[in-house]
Design a protein around this ligand. Structure first.
Ligand code: C2O
Ligand code: CU
Length: 557
């Protein structure tokens, strides 16, 4: 335990937030530091695992014992928060029927997104289309195939995606994990079975009677003025839950484990480390295994990002080791949303030595070919900022505009590879964590530099700090139709920072020419293209400007 005073101060500040009145004025500027969450009292909850080819999820209110005292009311799938963990082999078609039984407590329609999935548009869980009315059901059909192959093994997750209400609905509990299992993982020497453990980290605000308090009033209560101050943003809690458990510990054997870690928090990033153990080995991102295992002192995960790490407790029999979220070791030069510094959970290592030595870690799968063939010249630019919505209220924006489901901002062609530039030009110190539905992406550059450790492998959610310019690429395969682009700080998404793109037939795209004057430069060999030859950029590469780039997208025809 550390300072009691700072914990009390923190709770007072968190209490002030519940008033809501000040919340949007504080966006991005205020984050408490609360280190002391121990001692670790509660065994880590492992959600029920469902493996069938037709799974039923019922969303209903229930109570659960989050901590001693009064039980906490949650909105749960099948009575659990997180909902059941769905585990399916890559390539195995899976149907998920969702029953909406939350009518009694006034929840409006729901829509469930398989985050990380490569699904048809009507099964994408879009905010205002194919929604599930109270009392109704909807069956999502997931092929778990991508570009003619079984989808890559990965930790995906499912959650509500209702427009204006995603933040509240996820906060109340409508989220669960979905593991796509790659049958080759055992041969790769990766820990399997009960040594392969998904961990969902999420902070929540619990009041004195242990009830969840969503920090913001209903959307209609926002002031009808766009006075330039940010709308709702920092949904932050006073407890950090892992798999819905407050102050959790996990009994482990003195061997190797694979932890698949998801940050399901509405707003907060965590910089995860086990300082008393030393570096961990990162083997995967939100889109599956990295081509090379990477040693990491700490792994920064923003909302919706995932990391898969291999942790070796072999020589630590009898020890107790704490996973913490720690300060960044190289502080950023521009203020950005900092990681929440907090103790997250404890590992209690058994005293009996493991009878079988762990297999050596074998080679990991290569990235798909398109990842080294993406054009270096960005085809499109998306800027993430602040503006005014059509009702005259402050809103988070993409390319200057708040979300409108009737507007399509990009029409890439099926089977094409495109390069997109993501720019945070918000005039506050907030980072954004940009998620693009539909497929896997590679980061080609960050501020003109080759991707660093946090940007390696395939991804679909990207940290973009204030003023940063990220260049990313993807191939649009299999499914025509509309998909979403949004910030995964859920209150940013709910209050405007979301738009759509539509995958169209070949020859019907809107990509007439590259954005004039904007090119990306990369050194000849980046960590992504060991041995692979990149396509030459169409025009002579010039270094990216370090300041945000403003492009007149309307001039693009
Ligand atoms: Cu996890 Cu569009 O969201
Ligand atoms: Cu954001």
């Amino acid at each position: 335990m550390r300072s009691k005073l700072s914990r009390r101060a923190f709770l007072t500040q968190a209490g002030a937030l519940t008033g809501g009145a000040m919340a949007w004025r504080l966006a991005g500027g205020w984050l408490p530091t609360a280190r002391a969450m121990g001692p670790f009292l509660n065994p880590l909850r492992i959600p029920t695992v469902l493996t069938g080819d037709h799974i039923t999820l019922t969303a209903a209110e229930t109570t659960m014992q989050v901590r001693p005292g009064a039980p906490t009311a949650v909105w749960a799938f099948n009575g659990e928060f997180p909902g059941p963990t769905i585990r399916r082999p890559a390539g195995a078609r899976t149907q998920v029927t969702v029953h909406h039984q939350l009518a009694a407590i006034g929840a409006e329609s729901l829509t469930i997104h398989l985050h990380g999935g490569h699904t048809a548009s009507q099964f994408d869980g879009q905010p205002e289309r194919f929604v599930i009315e109270p009392g109704a059901s909807y069956t999502y059909d997931y092929e778990l195939m991508e570009d003619g192959e079984p989808e890559r093994g990965a930790l995906q997750w499912y959650h509500d995606h209702s427009h204006f209400r995603t933040g509240r609905n996820v906060w109340m509990g409508l989220a669960g994990m979905f593991v796509i299992d790659d049958p080759d993982d055992e041969a790769r020497g990766l820990p399997i079975g009960d040594h392969d453990i998904p961990l969902m980290i999420a902070d929540r605000l619990l009041d004195r009677s242990n009830q969840l308090r969503y920090p913001f009033p209903a959307d209609e209560d926002r002031p009808p003025v766009g006075d330039g101050s940010p709308p709702f943003a920092d949904a932050i809690g006073n407890v950090v839950l892992v798999n819905g458990t407050e102050r959790p510990y996990l009994d482990v054997a003195p061997g190797r484990y694979r932890f698949r870690i998801l940050n399901a928090s509405n707003f907060r990033p965590y910089n995860l480390a086990i300082p008393d153990l030393g570096p961990v080995i990162q083997v995967g991102t939100e889109s599956g295994l990295l081509p090379l295992a990477t040693t990491r002192d700490a792994v920064l995960l923003g909302p919706a990002e995932r990391a898969e790490v291999v942790v070796d407790f072999s020589h630590r029999a009898g020890d107790r080791l704490v996973m913490q979220s720690v300060a960044l070791d190289s502080p950023r030069t521009i203020p950005a949303t900092p990681p929440f510094e907090v103790d997250v959970m404890e590992f209690r290592v058994d005293t009996t030595p493991s009878p079988v030595p762990a297999a050596a870690l074998g080679p990991l799968p290569a990235l798909p070919a398109w990842a080294s063939q993406a054009p270096l010249v960005p085809d499109r630019v998306f800027t993430f900022g602040l503006g005014i919505d059509p009702q005259g209220r402050s809103a988070w924006t993409i390319n200057g505009r708040a979300f409108d489901h009737h507007r399509i901002d990009a029409r890439p062609e099926i089977d094409s590879v495109e390069t997109w530039m993501l720019v945070n030009d918000t005039p506050t110190s907030t980072s954004h964590y940009i998620h693009i539905h539909g497929g896997d992406w590679v980061v080609l550059s960050r501020n003109g530099e080759p991707p660093g450790h946090g940007d390696l492998g395939l991804k679909e959610t990207f940290r973009v700090d204030p003023g940063e310019v990220l260049v990313v690429a993807s191939k649009f395969t299999d499914h025509l139709g509309v998909f979403m682009i949004h910030c995964h700080m859920l209150e940013h998404e709910d209050h405007g920072m979301m738009t759509t793109y539509e995958v169209v037939e070949q020859g019907r795209g809107d990509l007439l020419n590259p954005v004039p004057g904007v090119t990306s430069s990369l050194p000849p060999s980046s960590p992504h293209d060991a041995g692979a030859q990149r396509l030459a950029p169409a025009t002579k590469a010039t270094p990216l400007p370090s300041a945000p780039v403003y492009c007149d997208l309307t001039a693009r025809g």
